[in-house]
Design a protein around this ligand. Structure first.
Ligand code: SAH
Length: 243
């Protein structure tokens, strides 16, 4: 019987990949994924059939997985971070349902970018938090803005994904303007680029100052809540213990 496993490969470093994810990659016949992610797992998939494709080819990748799986092959579709967080997991189920085939699909979770970035910054997500993607490619901008508004109003720690690309340099500016209506300008902000990858860089700044730093598509930004503080270059959100 063939199968499809949608595998979260973690943020980048092979040490941050789960054992389950490694085993799936070992067991499979075919690996399908975005070129950049295929490169990240290259040492683990020597000798496998590899189907790599570019950005915005997500539907095609899922369609490509179906035929071999129905013919009895074992197929891994890889996704960065956690496959079920802005990843390939949901789409794989949707495509299989649309095509109307009955195929065994399993999702293997991974360490998401926010989780990896938080560990690098210290412990900024110790309390309730919201993850919001600033990509308006599939989501209307007004809905994104509304969610930032509510999360800020609710004093959630906020993790921003897809913060800035060449096509939409302004969404991060809009996001900062909304957040600063509710959160103090001195609120700590952590900017982590390429978390757990070779080029990793980290900045701890404030909500006032965050736009003065380098932010791109491989960056995740974590904005603290009212209680978040910085000590010895670590960003910490207290859980509420009395010490
Ligand atoms: N499934 C992924 C998210 C995919 S969306 C996960 O769970 O992490 C792509 C966005 O994730 C990027 O634009 C960036 O904001 C964030 N991201 C993914 N990997 C990252 C990394 N290693 N360092 C910083 N941000 C990352």
């Amino acid at each position: 019987m063939g199968w499809i496993k949608v595998v979260g490969i973690g943020p980048g470093n092979l040490k941050d990949m789960t054992i389950r994810a490694r085993e799936a990659l070992q067991e499979c016949d075919i690996v399908i994924g975005y070129i950049t992610y295929i490169k990240l797992v290259k040492p683990l998939i020597e000798g496998k059939e590899i189907l790599s494709s570019g950005m915005r080819k997500e539907i095609l990748r899922c369609q490509d997985a179906l035929k071999p799986a129905l013919e009895g092959k074992k197929v891994c579709i890889i996704s960065s971070g956690d496959a079920g967080i802005y990843g390939m997991a949901g789409l794989m189920y949707e495509v299989a349902a649309k095509v109307g085939v009955n195929v065994d699909i399993e999702v293997i979770p991974g360490v998401s970018a926010f989780s990896s970035a938080a560990s690098i910054l210290g412990a900024p997500i110790m309390h309730d938090f919201a993850v919001i993607s600033l990509s308006d490619h599939l989501t209307p901008l007004n809905l994104i803005e509304e969610r930032i508004e509510y999360a800020s109003k609710g004093d959630f720690v906020i993790a921003l994904y897809n913060p800035k690309s060449k096509e939409r340099p302004d969404n991060i500016i809009k996001a900062q303007k909304i957040m600063i209506k509710y959160k103090k300008g001195e609120t700590p902000v952590g900017i982590v680029k390429d978390a757990s990858r070779e080029k990793q860089s980290v900045v701890i700044t404030t909500l006032n100052d965050m736009l003065n730093h380098d932010i791109d598509m491989t960056t995740v930004i974590i904005i603290g809540n009212e209680k978040t503080y910085v000590e010895k270059d670590r960003m910490i959100t207290p859980r509420g213990y009395i010490l």
